[in-house]
Design a protein around this ligand. Structure first.
Ligand SMILES: C[S@@+](CC[C@H](N)C(=O)[O-])C[C@H]1O[C@@H](n2cnc3c(N)ncnc32)[C@H](O)[C@@H]1O
Length: 477
């Protein structure tokens, strides 16, 4: 290790930032957020630096720094990009006992500035010792992606229990276990899921028992996994996938997503692909309830969004009736995912002021939709679960009076590397879809927004690059 990692207390201390550049702005921002008294110097600062002028604790000087300015200075940053100014800054900083850092000038640096992930009061600083700052920046992005935004608040929340834990739990090891249980266990999960009351209840219950009670209690997480591209998972979904004890997933969930589930978690394919049920709905619900009652954290992973044609509501009704706590995490629904990846905006001021999501079929087969009401000139209709019925739907719509030349698209495996898009009109889409031999899952979009696909120029080719989330799965952090 070439550098000593420390966090410096600069509250109320003098910090100099020389320069009007973007780098200077970042230094000013960080020093201010750590409570320093910041003196910035530049005769003609850029907009970003100007944006700080007038803030408490910032004194701006419309000139370059002079030696006398360094009196009482703790840290001096050079970011003017003017070599003579940088050299003077370093010389004067040293003379007055200040720590100096000149951007991109290693010989003028007493310390290096790390890449920082902030979840106040939690701060993570990453450094490569100046060898490869880009590596640190990429790592930072990964840590950002892995760390829930509420982690800082969790640290703050838990710190309120420090004295009570000290008093209630004897022994360093027992205390450490207790902390780990709080952070990694159901209390931490409940807090990060937004249920502070449940988190408090769990911690209190365990404190009463001197930390001997098993904090684990079963709960069910109904989580939307999005339309297929692992990068379209939410941070919250990913976190829950990495904490679950057992995962029940539909066949629509691709391998790229399942790879992100905690390795030790039990996985059960409840295969809800249309017409090929592995488990019935009742069997699936019964399994979820059984696992939760065993004290497990049960992740019910659904394609898209669990509350949009995902039967999420139905499953939860039964689970809730058993008094099992439930958390729902939304996902990107197929309509939103496919619209973006196929270059078709769902609404557009010149085309559609409304969008309707419908399912092609219900419990008893093809639904008798009123297509003249749905496929209007000012509305986009997105049809889920309709691939097998494309020709029938188009024919019905024409029969009911929708113009035969109404644009329509069928998006197969949207957002995935295997995505295919078939575009046509109501008159010819049946034939075009048949010829394309699409495999599904597929979504149908009806409306003049479909014509925007040609004009927007969105790159809709299947992406073969490595996804961020896949990198996380492969390499961890
Ligand atoms: C049971 S529904 C589930 C919908 C899901 N809850 C959602 O919000 O996207 C399954 C249907 O969603 C659509 N679908 C899901 N993923 C898709 C994808 N990647 N590309 C195209 N359509 C998709 C298809 O119409 C499929 O038949």
């Amino acid at each position: 290790m070439d550098y000593l990692p420390i966090f410096l207390d600069v509250a109320g201390k003098k910090v100099i930032v020389d320069g009007g550049t973007t780098v200077a702005a970042r230094r000013i921002e960080r020093a201010l957020s750590a409570g320093a008294e910041v003196h910035s110097f530049d005769p003609d600062p850029g907009d970003e630096v100007r944006g700080f002028i007038g803030q408490d604790n910032l004194i701006h000087h419309d000139r370059a720094p002079r030696e006398a300015d360094f009196d009482g200075c703790l840290v001096a940053y050079g970011a003017s990009e003017i070599p003579e100014r940088d050299a003077s800054l370093y010389k004067w900083a040293k003379k007055h006992g200040a720590l100096a850092n000149v951007a991109d000038e290693k010989e003028f640096c007493d310390f290096i500035t790390p890449s920082v992930v902030e979840r106040d009061p939690l701060t993570i600083a990453i450094s490569t010792g100046g060898a490869a700052p880009v590596v640190a920046r990429i790592l930072r992005a990964r840590v950002e992606a892995m760390l829930p935004a509420a982690y800082g608040r969790l640290a703050q929340f838990l710190s309120g229990y420090r004295d009570r834990i000290y008093a209630a739990i004897r022994g360093g090891t027992a205390r450490r276990r207790f902390w780990e249980n709080m952070i990694e266990g159901p209390a931490g999960d409940a807090f990060l899921a937004g249920d502070e009351a449940l988190a408090e209840q769990l911690i209190e219950a365990d404190l009463v028992n001197g930390g001997t009670e098993n904090l684990r209690r079963g709960e069910v997480w109904l989580v939307g996994a999005g339309p297929g591209d692992p990068d379209l998972l939410t941070f919250k979904a990913l976190r829950m996938m990495q904490h679950a004890d057992v995962v029940l997933y539909d066949r629509l969930i691709g391998d790229g997503i399942l790879d992100l589930v905690r390795r030790d978690a039990e996985r059960i394919d409840v295969g809800k692909q249309a017409g090929n049920h592995v488990l019935t709905q009742d069997e699936t619900t019964a399994l979820i309830i059984k696992f939760a009652k065993e004290g497990k954290r049960v992740l019910r992973l659904k394609g898209g969004d669990p509350f949009i044609f995902g039967r999420g509501g139905e499953e939860l009704e039964d689970v809730a009736a058993h008094g099992i706590p439930v958390v729902v995490v939304p996902g990107i629904t197929a309509a939103a995912g496919c619209g973006s990846s196929a270059g078709i905006p769902l609404t557009h001021r010149n085309h559609a002021q409304a969008v309707a999501f419908v399912t092609a079929h219900g419990k008893d087969g093809l639904l008798p939709h009123d297509w003249t009401r749905l496929a209007r000139h000012d509305q986009t209709v997105v049809v889920y679960m309709g691939l097998r019925f494309v020709a029938e739907i188009a024919a019905k719509a024409i029969e009911q009076g929708v113009p035969a030349e109404m644009p329509i698209a069928v998006i197969d495996n949207g957002t995935r590397t295997t995505q295919r898009v078939v575009v046509g009109t109501l008159a010819d889409i049946g034939e075009r879809t048949r010829a394309a031999k699409l495999k599904g899952p597929a979504l149908i979009m009806i409306g003049t927004v479909v014509t925007m696909r040609d004009t927007l120029g969105v790159d809709t080719t299947a992406r073969e690059d490595t996804h961020t989330m896949e990198l996380v799965a492969r390499d961890g952090l």
